[in-house]
Design a protein around this ligand. Structure first.
Ligand SMILES: [Ca+2]
Length: 89
């Protein structure tokens, strides 16, 4: 009886840790990237404010990652100030 409880207690943190790892692999943490090469490795189409419109003269990029927090951390990479940093098709 005592042994069963010990095994259960030991297994709980392990299960929790695996769930945490799985979720962090899906969504990269919000952070500032040194440049667009690094940002585009994680977000190939850039990161922008939700609802931002790419103001390129060609076909606008719409498949960027929409995340206000990540965009705000990387506004320096939004050279044309259209609300999307490192937009790329
Ligand atoms: Ca931009």
């Amino acid at each position: 009886m005592t042994r069963t409880l010990t095994i259960l207690a030991a297994g709980l943190p392990l299960t929790f840790g695996m769930v945490m790892m799985a979720s962090s692999a899906e969504a990269a943490p919000a952070k500032t990237y040194a440049n667009c090469t690094k940002l585009n490795k994680v977000y190939p189409h850039g990161v922008g404010k939700p609802g931002a419109k790419d103001k390129t003269s060609g076909t606008p990029v719409r498949n960027f990652k929409a995340n206000k927090k990540i965009y705000q951390l990387n506004t320096k990479s939004d050279r044309d100030k259209d609300g999307i940093a490192c937009e790329k098709k």
